[in-house]
Design a binder for this molecule. Sequence first.
Ligand code: ATP
Length: 251
Amino acid sequence: MSNQPVLTVEHLALTIGGAVIIDDVSLSVAQGEMLGVIGPNGAGKTTLFNLISGVMTPTTGTVSLEGRDVTNQTIDARARAGLGRTFQTSSLFPALSALENVRLAAQVKLGGATSVLRFPRPNDAASTVARAGLEEVGLGHHSETLAGVLSHGDKRKLEIAMLLATDPSVILLDEPMAGVASGDVAGLSDVIRQVHKSGRTVLMVEHHMDIVLGLVDRVAVMHHGQLLACDTPDAVMADEAVQKAYLGASL
Ligand SMILES: Nc1ncnc2c1ncn2[C@@H]1O[C@H](COP(=O)(O)OP(=O)(O)OP(=O)(O)O)[C@@H](O)[C@H]1O
């Protein structure tokens, strides 16, 4: 991990119909860092991801990627600049195989027409990238399995493989453990750990506190649209304001 910030948000704010959703949030994430984003329901975590990824435009403030202001850039332009994102809801094509799903994502990155071929040439560039992505998330043995019949845990891994096929330098994971059976959580967090270890910068919204605290370098705590704390897991756990935000629940 270097100290060079790869993602910076400064004085980010979003007001909708008079309601303040995000309130003056500033933070920066270093190259190769893994940052967890936690906070009670409705705290603004997903909205923060929406502002970073370009799904929403802030009322004020800026988002910069590798020192370049991308605040007014489209989602696609940010993706081309190296920002990748998963959503809380699944973004898979259930009737296509795991390999075909990742292959489509790879085709988008490689350029040219996207097409779904039942028998793609096995060694074209997109297939090669897709197979590597599936191997990286431990789904190599499921390449011909239809995405729709995979377990929730494997679907999440497949979404990560699709993201990897677009070769992002910064990855936003929005509640990757949502809906995943408890027995699959450890395997999925191993995959996320590996993705991070391979040098990518990762931001992750996650409600499973034990998972977050065990994976990340720092934790950002959102509360009522504000950034309450952003520090190491130990420092955040000891922070009184954070404890209060969780209504006295022990973290
Ligand atoms: N487009 C919108 N219009 C109006 N209010 C919105 C909009 N998007 C989000 N909000 C409100 O902003 C607040 C923050 O929502 P957000 O989904 O970012 O919270 P969250 O921390 O991700 O919550 P959760 O953990 O439940 O997913 C909520 O009160 C939500 O109702």
